[in-house]
Write a protein that binds this ligand. Structure first.
Ligand SMILES: Cc1cc2nc3c(=O)[nH]c(=O)nc-3n(C[C@H](O)[C@H](O)[C@H](O)COP(=O)(O)OP(=O)(O)OC[C@H]3O[C@@H](n4cnc5c(N)ncnc54)[C@H](O)[C@@H]3O)c2cc1C
Length: 397
């Protein structure tokens, strides 16, 4: 068993670490201050540097202009990019575009690839994924109500969605809609590509997340689809295959998220170590780092980060070697475990920073607000725990 990153990617990882430290992190403040939409030109400048450095699209197949990394290799990259809230965006491998790119590459027709996939891969356009509805439980999407009925050679889509991340400024949405209402629950829905300038596509608002409505890529929108007409040729994959394709999208997506969260953990860990070794707390000039309560926490956090990384890389390795279904339990375990490790780490780091921790003078408050959703999206904790526990307990008849 070799725990070292493969020799083939080691130099790449070193270059990426350096690029993140020298270019991405110094480029953060403008985006944090102004928001993604207003900082678009600045972000484009950072992306241009990433392309020049030959680092664009680590997850993308080479024929699309990417680096063609495997799941484990991209996991290692994702951790390094996760050290900055703009890391994945600068490298062109941000959610939800990365997942959309994957399914367009696998299921897209030549026309869909030319119109949507290729400009997406080049970073010229953005996309979003529109499945969750305010009126129905996102944790059981088979209950969704949005419909796409056939009319001549078209689909006509009607429905109400929310939490469509990054819809603001996106060129198209991949919409999950019921096309086969009488089919079994997992075969009722299809994925349909909807250009955001189609008549009837109504972006109602960017939803405020703990007071911040965000903008551009960094936003989550409520959308009404009212009699939106698109040609049948905009369906992605076979009719009724929406959930099947969604599962394929979520498997690798959860690995990428978990590795990104580990990158966040490392950034937060560094931030807090730096702070407590400097912060004097008594008349003798001793620092917070001399207190056992802080030391115990540092040791526990280190153990949790190390455990998380091993679990996630093992899950990615299992998917690569044995396929997604062999890794199903592992993927559920990492999804709730790593999200919990990250969020407890962020919360305790804020505590150790005192009042400074809740200001925007450090990165901690950003993570506290914008990463809380990690325990909810891509399957809430409770659903993953239930699924794993049921499978384990079934072995005890
Ligand atoms: C930051 C963020 C980004 C998102 N981006 C997107 C996106 O781009 N596109 C998109 O379509 N959706 C997106 N979502 C929506 C996300 O997929 C849903 O929020 C998620 O599936 C949960 O659905 P829900 O919010 O309707 O909660 P519900 O399904 O109503 O569940 C609420 C709570 O009930 C509990 N629960 C649910 N089911 C069970 C159960 N079986 N047993 C026990 N407890 C249970 C859990 O605690 C859960 O958190 C995003 C969400 C967030 C927070």
């Amino acid at each position: 068993m070799d725990f070292d990153p493969p020799e083939t990617v080691k130099p790449l990882l070193e270059r990426i670490e350096k690029f993140v430290a020298d270019v991405v992190i110094p480029g953060e403040p403008e985006v944090m201050e102004r928001g993604f939409a207003a900082a678009a030109a600045h972000l484009e400048g950072l992306r241009a540097k990433c392309r020049e450095a030959g680092l664009w699209g680590p997850h993308m197949p080479k024929e699309l202009g990417g680096l063609g990394l495997s799941l484990v290799e991209h996991g290692l990259v994702s951790e390094r990019l996760g050290r900055s809230p703009i890391g994945h965006f600068v490298f062109g491998c941000q959610a939800p575009d990365a997942g959309n790119l994957e399914i367009l590459h696998r299921y897209g027709t030549p026309e869909q690839k030319a119109r949507w996939l290729e400009p997406l891969a080049r970073g010229e356009i953005r996309s979003c994924f529109s499945m969750t509805e305010p009126e129905n439980p996102g944790s059981n999407p088979t209950l969704l109500s949005c419909t796409a009925r056939r009319d001549g050679g078209d689909y006509v889509i009607d429905g109400h969605k929310w939490f469509t991340s990054s819809a603001d400024g996106a060129a198209f949405a991949i919409v999950m809609a019921v096309t086969n209402p009488d089919a079994p629950s997992h075969a009722r829905a299809s994925m349909i590509i909807v250009p955001t300038d189609a008549p009837g596509f109504d972006l109602v608002r960017n939803i405020k997340i703990m007071g911040d409505e965000g903008s551009g890529w960094g936003s989550h929108s409520e959308i009404w689809y009212r009699d939106v007409r698109v040609p049948e040729g905009n369906r992605l994959g076979p009719e009724g295959a929406g959930f099947l394709i969604a599962q394929e999208r979520l498997g690798p997506g959860r690995i990428h998220h978990c590795m990104r969260w580990i990158g966040i953990c490392e950034r937060v860990f560094d931030t807090v170590c730096r702070h407590i070794t400097r912060r004097r707390i008594d008349e003798d000039g001793k620092t917070l780092a001399t207190r056992q309560i802080a030391q115990a926490w540092i040791a526990e956090a280190r153990a949790e980060i190390e455990a998380s990384r091993l679990m996630v890389l093992h899950a990615a390795w299992t998917i690569e070697k044995k396929g997604f279904s062999a890794a199903r339990d592992q993927v559920s375990l990492i999804k709730f475990y790593v999200a919990d490790v990250m969020l407890r780490l962020v919360d305790r780091a804020i505590q150790l920073h005192g009042a400074l921790g809740i200001t925007s003078d450090t990165i901690l408050a950003h993570y506290y607000v914008h990463e809380r959703g990690a325990r909810i999206y891509d399957g809430p904790d409770e659903v993953h725990k239930m699924v794993v526990a049921k499978r384990i307990l079934a072995r005890y008849p």
